[in-house]
Ligand binder design. Structure first.
Ligand SMILES: NC(=O)c1ccc[n+]([C@@H]2O[C@H](COP(=O)([O-])OP(=O)(O)OC[C@H]3O[C@@H](n4cnc5c(N)ncnc54)[C@H](O)[C@@H]3O)[C@@H](O)[C@H]2O)c1
Length: 363
């Protein structure tokens, strides 16, 4: 029996509902796939806590998160709760930095009976991953780090940082991900998305991509400039498998790609570092719908599957990997049978009904 500990941060608004939905689905899959147990260590963090006690994560919460085998987060923040300077609390960004979660994995997949924004019938085949470097790039200068060079009221300079250490790890992660997808019947192709024609930093990013590629001769590689990639994600997204890119480019492209196959309620996300991984739906706390059973929990549930897949690999536990596959398959089957009809897409199913339908599909 493999035992793992998951640090659970439900957070604010719909974050709490989608976290509970994910736990319910994982508990249901555990009744069908034996061989592992999960001990949840719940950590309070978010705008609610900040409004009450002036701290954005409970005392010792960051350390406890790091001690667990993985971290699952619902959503954090409420627009009405802010620091004196007007910025929102963001303990989750500190976790990303603290644990060096460089590999941001954003899967984008079309499901039957879910919205497809492109008229071309090939959009039903969209099944890709944007791998977004998540600790440096242009976000090296994110306001939270205080690294912008402010020259009076006349000029502001932000720095785009590409380091060899992180870029090597990122590209290696990308090639391994392409290998894993290939072993699961997907194309297993890795495209380097950059702006190497204009920026020295991006030429460096591409040079390291080529260096790492020599260790993965079985993986087909491609190159695209980021502007052409934006065009291609509209023109022919079905031709791409895994795309690896700098932080800011990945931030923009992953939202664009997510929009092709539905909305925020489908956008799952893994952020992985050397020692731990943080798994969360890409959406926020959705204050406009919170407390009304309207949130689509599938982004969170699919992030839970990404977490089980990660833990299965880390702990060499086939049962956890199998559980991850079963959850993904249940979502596939549920959509195919039109048994998943989230309100988010104009359907008749709220958070609890969608969760129950995924659990039914597991059977
Ligand atoms: N990682 C995070 O925790 C995270 C990410 C983004 C935003 N936030 C925070 O969340 C708060 C709200 O931000 P926002 O409104 O810009 O973004 P949001 O993602 O919360 O909501 C954007 C829109 O998408 C809808 N939506 C989001 N998730 C949905 C779901 N699962 N099902 C159905 N509809 C869904 C919302 O109703 C809203 O109309 C802010 O405080 C923001 O800082 C947190």
């Amino acid at each position: 029996m493999t035992q793992v500990q998951v640090a659970l941060i439900p957070g604010d608004g719909i974050g709490v509902d989608v976290t509970r939905a994910t736990q319910a689905v994982i508990a249901a899959v555990q009744t069908r796939v034996s061989g592992f147990s999960i001990d949840y260590r719940e950590i309070e963090a978010g705008a609610g806590l900040f409004a009450r006690e002036g701290i954005d994560i409970e005392a010792g919460g960051e350390v406890a998160a790091g001690e667990a085998d993985a971290i699952f987060l619902g959503a954090i923040g409420l627009p009405s709760v802010r620091h004196a300077d007007g910025t929102e609390i963001s303990p989750h960004l500190r976790l990303r930095d603290r644990f060096g979660l460089y590999a941001g994995v954003r899967p984008v997949k079309a499901y039957p009976n879910a919205p497809q924004r492109l008229a071309d019938p090939r959009s039903a085949q969209i099944d890709l991953v944007i791998l977004r470097e998540s600790t440096e790039g242009l976000f090296y200068s994110a306001a939270v780090h205080g690294r912008s060079e402010v020259i009076g009221d006349e000029e502001v300079r932000d720095t785009l940082r590409i380091s060899r250490t992180i870029t090597e790890k990122l590209h290696r992660f990308g090639f391994k991900l392409a290998q894993k997808r290939k072993s699961r019947g997907k194309p297993g192709r890795l495209t380097c998305v950059d702006k190497a024609n204009v920026f020295t930093s991006m030429a460096f990013f591409r040079r390291i991509f080529d260096e790492i590629a020599t260790d993965f001769p079985d993986i087909e590689r491609g190159y695209n400039y980021v502007d052409a990639q934006a065009l291609d994600l509209i023109r022919r997204p079905w031709d791409f498998d895994v795309m690896v890119t700098e932080n800011m480019f990945g931030d923009i492209l992953s939202d664009l790609a997510g929009g092709l196959v539905g909305g925020m309620g489908m956008a799952s996300c893994a952020e992985i570092g050397d020692d731990t991984g943080l798994f969360q739906p890409a959406h926020g706390s959705a204050p406009d719908i919170m407390g009304r059973d309207l949130a689509n929990p599938l982004a969170a549930i699919l992030s839970g599957a990404l977490m089980l897949d990660y833990l299965g690999e880390q702990h060499h536990c086939a049962a956890m990997s199998e559980a991850a596959t079963r959850i993904e398959q249940a979502v596939d089957d549920g959509f195919a049978a039109n048994a998943l009809r989230p309100c988010e897409f104009g359907g008749d199913m709220g958070t609890q009904a969608v969760t129950a339908a995924v659990i039914d599909a597991l059977a």
